[in-house]
Design a protein around this ligand. Structure first.
Ligand SMILES: C[S@@+](CC[C@H](N)C(=O)[O-])C[C@H]1O[C@@H](n2cnc3c(N)ncnc32)[C@H](O)[C@@H]1O
Length: 230
């Protein structure tokens, strides 16, 4: 089983300190919500975010959205061998039901996140996403994988084909990939990782790394081969 953790993801509701900005109030009105109930989005709230600490990397639900779409669509997920979590900069943890069919359009995904941050689960009644407070360390402690591999451009350089060497189908593996556009992990990934690996000399986007981490895991277990009956 592969546990995929999108860590320190830049997913949050609008912080109170910028809730009175005219751009935020306008957007909240459009969505029929209070300013602090809408999801921070740097594409729309850029002017207001200049006041925020770390404002140049926050408000990126699109990164988590793209990672989730890729992961949930993967053959590995169809085989029931993938679990996906989104951990955010404020230590909120989103647990994603593997059967979730997420909205493909970001605007609608943000609507789902708004419900989630308000009610702790979404959609109401038949929740596919659940929200709780948990640090990255608490999550890894709960999953107790045989191996935790963090992908980082500061890690040890490795070929993708070497990443899962020695891992078998019965082993639970956890991969941690940053859900942020630039900078470094906010969480202390050193303390939760068995290995930190760098897979390219340049920083890649999180969705690119997610796609590779899942595909190479599938190949290491022979998933494609067995699905094709070969
Ligand atoms: C856009 S990057 C964040 C930029 C940041 N400088 C970094 O790589 O940590 C998003 C995530 O993709 C993964 N990533 C990006 N480039 C990588 C690389 N060359 N090797 C391994 N992982 C990488 C890391 O998990 C990273 O946190």
């Amino acid at each position: 089983m592969l546990n995929l953790v999108i860590a320190d993801a830049e997913v949050e509701t609008v912080p109170a300190e910028i809730a009175d900005h005219r751009v935020i109030r306008w957007h909240a009105r459009q969505r029929g919500r209070r300013p602090t109930e809408i999801i921070l989005n740097s594409g729309l709230h850029h002017a207001a975010m200049r006041r925020l600490p770390d404002g140049d990397r926050r408000g990126r639900p699109d990164i988590a959205h793209m990672c989730l779409l890729l992961a949930l669509d993967a053959p590995l997920n169809r085989e029931g061998l993938l679990r996906v979590y989104v951990h955010t900069r404020q230590d909120r943890l989103i647990t994603v039901n593997p059967s979730t069919r997420l909205p493909r359009v970001l605007n609608r995904f943000e609507g789902l996140l708004e419900q989630l941050f308000l009610a702790g689960e979404a959609p109401p009644g038949k929740p596919l996403l659940r929200l709780e407070r948990a640090t990255l360390k608490e999550l890894i402690g709960r999953l107790r994988p045989r191996k935790t591999i963090t992908f980082s451009d500061r890690g040890q350089r490795k070929l993708m084909s070497e990443i899962y060497s020695g891992v078998s189908r019965d082993d639970d593996v956890c991969v941690v990939i940053g859900g942020f556009p630039s900078g470094d992990f906010l969480s202390d990934v050193g303390s939760i990782s068995d290995e930190q690996v760098c897979i390219d000399p340049e920083p890649l986007t999180a969705p690119t790394v997610v796609a590779r981490a899942i595909y190479v895991y599938e190949e290491s277990l022979g998933i494609t081969r067995s699905r094709l009956g070969r």
